[in-house]
Design a protein around this ligand. Structure first.
Ligand SMILES: Nc1ncnc2c1ncn2[C@@H]1O[C@H](COP(=O)(O)OP(=O)(O)O)[C@@H](O)[C@H]1O
Ligand SMILES: [Mg+2]
Length: 363
């Protein structure tokens, strides 16, 4: 990884590199605009040029946050920012090009068949960079949008975490941020949906969802069973409780996987998505289990149910009109295919809901 600092580019340079943002060069489409493949002649390197929406305030905010945060971070599992451009009202970011695109393309869209070995390595790389963001840098960085389409893969399938549009810096002692509710349904922790307060634990939750997606080759937001409306997390937990975790493994792996590692990855995944944030591991604990330096967690055989009490609401009708309640109920509706893909922002301001887990305590 080159250690050079990101630099400013002219609009002309970036436009030329992508053949004027040609449709044929499009690598992906996120919440706020397209990402295009380009070639910078001067540097003789391939880049991915991300366009931010200049019409939306949110788009500009995300652009600023992405440049500010990612240009200061250094880790082998972070996608490197090469430069930026704001000119003629355009906001552009140039990243090193990741040959293997994002993880979702491999897991769900048939770009390639990831071997078990590379899956385990990917989970490890993602855990390492999250540990760095949460604990090893001068401030705590909350990514707030961990999901498989934001995990890039280089030519050797090394993880490069990207998309810092929603990231926030917080002091280590505080490690919590109350802001506009933003993230992606299916990856957002229940207490975060409810309070709008992002924490290390809410990032850990999203990591857990990705860990399960990696092992199962299924999307977090897909219903495994429509009649019972079971989602990935609940389905894996049910199998775990019946001691049949291995049934959840991506069928396209056949029998080509390491049983012990599958059990580890799935139980870390479930541990991280524990509905009660207090029971989730830190990324440091998670990595220890991935490395077989600590034993696997013993989780309740039934997935605990999350209940929330809003102490500020003086009556039930007050409570039902709160934005938290509304955003929670929205999140429980089956997602339309489009909206489940998109990063979402909506307003949730209260910070005083109380989480009560009717969890069967850890065994
Ligand atoms: N550096 C890169 N190399 C290759 N593909 C990339 C790169 N950055 C982004 N992409 C592709 O574009 C998609 C959207 O990029 P992302 O940075 O997540 O933007 P957004 O904020 O719009 O979601 C990714 O899911 C990925 O498929
Ligand atoms: Mg993205």
């Amino acid at each position: 990884m080159g250690a050079s600092m990101p630099r400013r580019f002219s609009y002309h340079e970036l436009a030329r590199s992508t053949v004027d943002f040609a449709e044929t060069e499009k690598l992906g489409e996120g919440g706020f605009g397209g990402v295009y493949k380009g070639f910078l002649k001067d540097l003789s390197m391939w880049v991915a040029v991300k366009m931010a929406s200049r019409t939306s305030k949110q788009g500009i905010k995300e652009y600023v946050s992405e440049v500010r945060i990612i240009s200061r971070l250094r880790h082998r599992n972070l996608v490197q920012l090469i430069g930026w451009c704001h000119e003629k009202g355009e906001l552009l970011l140039a990243y090193e090009f990741m040959e293997n695109g994002s993880l979702d393309l491999h897991l769900f869209k048939g770009k390639s068949m990831l071997t078990w070995n590379s899956r385990y390595k990917i989970a490890h790389g993602l855990a390492s960079v999250l540990l760095y963001l949460h604990e090893e840098w001068e401030q705590c960085v909350l990514h707030r949008d961990i999901k498989s389409s934001n995990v890039m893969l280089d030519s050797n399938f090394n993880v490069k975490l990207g998309d810092f549009g929603l990231a926030k810096l917080v002091d280590h002692e505080k490690s919590t941020q109350t802001t506009t509710l933003a993230g992606t349904f299916g990856y957002m922790a229940p207490e975060y949906l409810f309070t709008g307060r992002s924490t290390k634990e809410s990032d850990v939750f999203s990591f857990g969802v990705v860990a399960l997606e990696i092992a199962c080759g299924r999307k977090a937001t897909d219903y495994i069973s429509l009649e019972k409306q079971i989602r990935l997390v609940e389905w894996v937990w049910e199998l775990y409780g019946n001691d049949s975790t291995l049934e959840a493994v991506d069928p396209s792996l056949g029998s080509e996987f390491d049983e012990e590692e599958v059990r580890r990855l799935m139980s870390i995944g479930l541990w991280c998505v524990h509905p009660d944030s207090e029971f989730r591991p830190s990324m440091r604990q998670g990595i220890k289990v991935l490395n077989s330096e600590a034993s696997m967690p013993l989780l309740p055989s039934k997935m605990p149910i999350a209940y929330f009490l809003p102490p500020l609401a003086s009556s039930l009708s007050d409570f039902y009109s709160t934005s938290q309640y509304q955003s929670l109920s929205r999140s429980l509706e089956p997602p339309s295919t489009e909206s489940s893909k998109q990063t979402t922002s909506s307003s949730a301001n209260s910070s005083s809901s109380q989480f009560i887990s009717m969890s069967h305590s850890m065994q």
